[in-house]
Design a protein around this ligand. Sequence first.
Ligand SMILES: Nc1ncnc2c1ncn2[C@@H]1O[C@H](COP(=O)(O)OP(=O)(O)O)[C@@H](O)[C@H]1O
Ligand SMILES: [Mg+2]
Length: 151
Amino acid sequence: MIRRETHSPDETRLIGRALGAAAEPGAVLLLRGDLGSGKTTLAQGIGEALGAFEVNSPTFILVAEHRGRIPLFHVDLYRLGDVDDISDLALDEVIGRIGVVVVEWPERYHGEWPEDRLEIALAGEGETRTLTFTPTGPRHRALLRRAGIAP
Ligand SMILES: Nc1ncnc2c1ncn2[C@@H]1O[C@H](COP(=O)(O)OP(=O)(O)O)[C@@H](O)[C@H]1O
Ligand SMILES: [Mg+2]
């Protein structure tokens, strides 16, 4: 478990850029935190590094696909109730295969995420955010090292 503190949205976006630059197809990043904790801001940085622009909070769609160096699938489950079947989201089409998957509100899905993934928890107030990174397997431990976040 690794912690980083940021003091502005730009600083959070910069961490996202480092993650995006280090990401490979198959990366799965789950962003946990309250409304306004900075999940979308982090996702924007990831998108910038992948050459995907206009990453925002989709209003009506659950999965937004962005074409860049590697396709980015930005998933926001905020508007969803509880989901039991991943096929409802067509996430099984994208997870861990051809792109980088970034998920906001992953707790709204009750199925199984890939065993090797990167959990990122965001919390804080004012302009301060604490980002806690927990890789659950070797691929995402390596990603964190390439991003310069883990030693
Ligand atoms: N250090 C910080 N990192 C990220 N966002 C911050 C930070 N400080 C203030 N903010 C503000 O917090 C809000 C985060 O919004 P957003 O990224 O959409 O959160 P979420 O997707 O988690 O709901 C933005 O209004 C942003 O300007
Ligand atoms: Mg958001």
